[in-house]
Every structure is written in C-alpha cells, then in structure tokens.
Write a protein that binds this ligand. Structure first.
Ligand SMILES: NC(=O)c1ccc[n+]([C@@H]2O[C@H](COP(=O)([O-])OP(=O)(O)OC[C@H]3O[C@@H](n4cnc5c(N)ncnc54)[C@H](OP(=O)(O)O)[C@@H]3O)[C@@H](O)[C@H]2O)c1
Length: 270
C-alpha cells in the first residue's frame, strides 16, 4: 500500500478523552496539527482522531502507535498525559493498588516513549511528559502518585540525554492544581479513613479540597504544551501553577529543610 506522507505536524496525546489531554488535543488541532487523541473511552472532539488505547497494555500501545503511523506516516509530538490520582497512607495502600498507579502514570508513559521513539527520531520530534508539582514535592497520603511522577521525571531526564543527538526534545510539564475530573475520580483509601491515620487523613483531604476548589480550568496547561512544541531548544522542566503553589517549589529549593517542612505541615497537616 502506498502511504501518503502527512504534511501537517502530527501529535499523539494520551488521556485525551477529557481534562488536560482533551484541552491539549483541541488546542493543537486549532493550531493546525493533525491530532490523534488516545484513551480507553472514545471521545468525539472536533478535528481530533480518536484512538482507543489502554496505556497499561503493551499490545494496545503498540497497535495505537502503529495506527498513527499507518494513517499519518509520521509522528512529531508525543504527549504522555494519561494518568490518575490516589490518596492513602503508605501502610494502607495495597501492593496491587501501588502497582496499578505506577503502571499507568509511569510504565504507561514509558511504553509510549519506547513505541514512539523510532518515529520521533525520524521527525526530530518532541516528547512532553505530563508530571505534576507532586513529581518534585512529596505530599502526605499521596506517596504512590508522587512516586509515579518522580519516576516519570527521572525517566524524562535520562531519555532527554539519549534522544538529544537525534534532535528529539524531551520535556516535563508540572501542573499545580487544575479543575478536572482527576479530583473526583481519585481513588481514596477506605482503610486509611477508618484506621489510625483517619483523623490526620480527613484533615489533609479537607485542606487539599480547599486548594482544589480554588483551581482554575486547565487551559493554561494546554497553552503551555502548545508553546513548548514550537520551542527549538525547550527547557527540561516547565511549571504551570498558582503563585502560592509555585512558591512552595522555590521554598523547597532555598529554605532549610526544617523550615520547609514546618510550612508544609502548617499548610497540609494542622
Ligand atoms: N488536574 C490536575 O490538577 C493535575 C495536576 C497535576 C498533574 N496532572 C496530570 O495531568 C494528567 C491529566 O490529568 P487530568 O487532570 O486531565 O485528569 P482526568 O480529567 O481524570 O483525565 C485523565 C485522562 O487519562 C486517561 N486515562 C487514565 N488511565 C488511562 C489508561 N490506562 N490508558 C489510557 N488513558 C487513560 C483518561 O481516559 P479514559 O479513562 O477514557 O481512559 C482521561 O482521558 C495526569 O497525568 C495527571 O496526573 C493533573
């Protein structure tokens, strides 16, 4: 079969059925990209080609990437955005639950990077890995989500060195809180609610909900991603967050550890 080579730039976005991924898909399509939006559920988005893909599954990822290449003949940008969140104490979250979040948030992105790397080397493309401020800031009762994002950041940093000689840019985006379904769909440990951490957990959840209530919709994240894709030499890391959340990152870098932890306990635990 002779394949028509796509002249538009081609992007593959995971977790594109809603939230940040959907906004990225809409934004890139509006900017003239040919966009493939992948998720486990089908979503109809104007000028976006929907792709059924479970990032937890090797065969599903391989088939999804193959489909993009078959249809478009090229791939210029991979946005690893699929993910979910979880809350619970380290000793209460089961190993199966811990593995499940790493499977999606970390191994899912790793699978996509591996499957898409040959095409991205050919196009001298870009990989954007959607991390979180939680990739740099450990939060109580959120260890597995933080670990999944910290692992994604470590992967990105290493991969950036490996792919640079081929002209492929690897970038981390760290959003703070934005209003999406991630907060309502979050898996919350019943064991932690009912166990020895119950009171502290309840207070933490209330404090976090107050932050999340102040969050704005996620257009700034999509705008940032679209901007990064046009930067010839992007930085490794981009933060997109409320000023108060950005401040925590700065404090973590410059303050003595005891002071930083005191502030964090005030904000989250007292
Ligand atoms: N919103 C925030 O405040 C925030 C802050 C920091 C970082 N982030 C990160 O931003 C990314 C997007 O989050 P969001 O807020 O937009 O969440 P969301 O609205 O809940 O959307 C999550 C997306 O991921 C997809 N997904 C989940 N598991 C998947 C799987 N196994 N295979 C394929 N797709 C899967 C979902 O689609 P299906 O269920 O249809 O598969 C959905 O499209 C996540 O990586 C999240 O950690 C979000």
């Amino acid at each position: 079969m002779t394949q028509e080579i796509e002249t538009k730039r081609v992007a593959l976005i995971t977790g594109a059925s809603k939230g940040i991924g959907r906004l990225c898909a809409e934004r890139l399509a509006a900017e003239g990209w040919r966009v493939f939006g992948a998720a486990r559920t089908h979503a109809t988005i104007e000028n976006v080609e929907s792709l059924e893909m479970d990032v937890d599954d090797d065969a599903s990822v391989a088939a999804g990437v193959a489909q993009v290449l078959e249809k478009a003949g090229r791939l210029d940008a991979l946005i690893n955005n699929a993910g979910f969140s979880q809350r619970g104490a380290v000793e209460d979250v089961s190993m199966a639950e811990a593995k499940a979040i790493l499977e999606t948030n970390f191994f899912g992105a790793l699978r996509l990077c591996r499957a898409a790397a040959p095409a991205l080397r050919e196009s001298r493309g870009v990989i954007v890995n959607m991390s979180s401020l939680a990739g740099q800031i450990g939060l109580p009762f959120t260890a597995h989500y933080c670990a999944s994002k910290a692992a994604l950041e470590a992967l990105s940093e290493s991969l950036r060195f490996e792919l640079r000689p081929f002209g492929v840019r690897v970038v981390i985006v760290e959003p703070g809180d934005f209003k999406t379904d991630i907060h309502t769909a979050r898996r919350v440990s019943q064991a932690t609610r009912e166990g020895v951490y119950g009171k502290a957990f309840d207070l933490f959840l209330r404090k976090r909900r107050a932050f999340e209530a102040k969050a704005s919709t996620a257009e700034p994240v999509a705008e940032l991603v679209a901007r990064i894709l046009n930067v010839p030499e992007p930085a490794l890391r981009y933060v997109v967050a409320m000023p108060s959340q950005r401040l925590l990152l700065v404090m973590k870098r410059v303050s003595p550890q005891f002071f930083y932890e005191w502030i964090m306990r005030k904000i989250l635990c007292q």
